[in-house]
Design a binder for this molecule. Structure first.
Ligand code: NAP
Length: 313
C-alpha cells in the first residue's frame, strides 16, 4: 500500500468545486492538503494560501498540484510548481499556446516530475468503446455539434472572451479531445469561419471543415448562443453503420441502439482523470498530448474571422 499523494488545489472556481473536490474526496490516491486561492478560499479548515509562492514558503509538504486557473495564467504557475519538484495536473486547455505546453513538458522531464495535460472529455464513458469500434471500420464522414449557452455554463467568466481564453473553443476543444482520440486517422483544418463579437477578442461561434488523410470530411459546428436543448454530439458515419457519441461522450449509440456495457468499475470523467494522474506519478512519467490544442491553434491560423454583433452577458 503506497501513501496518498499530497495535493494542493490551485484556483477555486467552478471546475475546482464542481469536479475536482468531489473526485479527490472519492478516490484513495490523493490527499488534499491545501488550497491556493486569490480570494482566500479554504476547504474544510485546510490551510490556504493566496498563491503558489506563499504555499512553497509555508514549508507544507506537498507532492502535487492541480491547476484550475484560466489558461492565460497557467504556464507561469506550472513552471514555478515544477521548479519546486511538484507533479502538475493542468486543467484543459493545458496552456494558452502550444510552445508554452512543450516548454512545460520539457521542464517536467528535466526536473523528474510528472506533468499531466488533462482532457476530461476523453474519460467520458463512451469514448474508449467508440475508439475501439471505429478502429475496425472505415470512416466516411463525421459531424461534431457542440452548442451550449455561454450564459448558463460560463457565467461571469470574462477570461473566456480574452485572448488566450478560446471563446467557444473552450468547450469546443473538449469535442476535439474526443475526436483526436476516437478517429483512426489524423485530420487537418481545410476551412474555418470564426464569428467574433465586435466587443470581444474570442469567437462566439465557429464552423470548421477538417479532412482526414483518406479524404473523409469532419465538419464542426460550435455555438455559444444555443438556448433550449444543448448539444454535445459527435456522429461518425462508417462503411458498417453510424456511431453517435452524445452528451459530451457519455452516451454511445450505434445505428440508434445504445451500445454501452456499463460494466466498468470506474465511472466519470474526473475520477478517471485522478486515477490516471496517480498512475503517471507512480510510474514516473508524463502524459502530454497537445493534439486537441494544435487543432484549435490551426483553426485560428487558417480561419476567417468575421465580426458579429456585440455580446453582453
Ligand atoms: P472559473 O470559475 O473562472 O475559475 C477559475 C479560478 O481561477 C477563479 O475562480 C480564481 O480562483 C482563479 N483565477 C482566476 N483568474 C486568475 C488569475 N489571473 N491568476 C490566478 N488565478 C486566477 O473557471 P472554471 O470554469 O473553473 O475554468 C477553469 C479552467 O477549467 C479552464 O481552463 C476551463 O476550460 C477548465 N474547465 C472548466 C469546466 C467548466 O465546466 N467550468 C469544465 C472543465 C474544465 P481563486 O479566486 O480561488 O484564485
Amino acid at each position: 500500500m503506497t501513501a496518498p499523494i499530497r495535493l494542493a488545489l490551485v484556483g477555486m472556481g467552478k471546475i475546482a468545486h464542481d469536479q475536482h473536490l468531489p473526485a479527490i474526496a472519492a478516490g484513495q490516491s490523493f490527499d488534499l492538503v491545501a488550497t491556493v486561492s486569490r480570494s482566500g478560499e479554504s476547504v474544510g479548515g485546510l490551510p490556504f494560501f493566496r498563491d503558489v509562492y506563499e504555499l512553497a514558503a509555508s514549508g507544507l509538504e506537498v507532492d502535487a498540484v492541480s491547476l484550475c486557473t484560466p489558461p492565460q495564467v497557467r504556464r507561469a504557475i506550472a513552471q514555478y510548481c515544477i521548479g519546486q519538484g511538484w507533479h502538475v495536473f493542468l486543467e484543459k486547455p493545458p496552456g494558452a499556446t502550444l510552445a508554452e505546453v512543450i516548454a512545460l513538458r520539457d521542464a517536467a522531464a528535466a526536473k523528474g516530475v510528472s506533468l499531466f495535460a488533462s482532457w476530461h472529455s476523453r474519460y467520458a464513458d463512451g469514448v474508449e468503446p467508440a475508439r475501439a469500434w471505429l478502429a475496425e471500420r472505415e470512416v466516411k464522414r463525421a459531424k461534431i455539434t457542440w452548442r451550449e449557452d455561454v450564459r448558463v455554463w460560463h457565467p461571469g467568466q470574462d477570461w473566456i472572451w480574452e485572448p488566450g481564453g478560446f471563446g467557444v473553443f473552450d468547450p469546443g476543444i473538449n469535442a476535439l479531445s474526443i475526436a483526436t482520440r476516437i478517429l483512426p486517422r489524423p485530420f487537418f483544418v481545410e476551412t474555418a469561419e470564426l464569428d467574433v463579437p465586435s466587443n470581444r477578442a474570442a469567437p462566439i461561434a465557429a464552423r470548421v471543415s477538417f479532412r482526414d488523410t483518406a479524404g473523409a470530411e469532419i465538419a464542426m459546428d460550435l455555438d455559444f448562443r444555443q438556448e433550449g436543448p444543448q448539444h454535445w454530439d459527435i456522429e461518425v458515419e462508417t462503411d458498417d453503420g453510424t456511431l453517435l457519441l452524445s452528451k459530451g461522450g457519455s452516451v454511445l449509440t450505434i445505428d440508434g441502439k445504445e451500445a454501452l456495457a456499463h460494466d466498468a468499475d470506474l465511472h466519470g470523467e474526473y475520477p478517471g482523470l485522478y486515477h490516471r494522474f496517480g498512475a503517471i506519478v507512480r510510474a514516473g512519467v508524463s502524459d502530454v498530448d497537445v493534439s486537441p490544442l494544435r487543432a484549435v491553434a490551426d483553426v485560428f491560423l487558417r480561419g476567417r474571422h468575421i465580426s458579429v454583433e456585440p455580446f453582453v452577458e
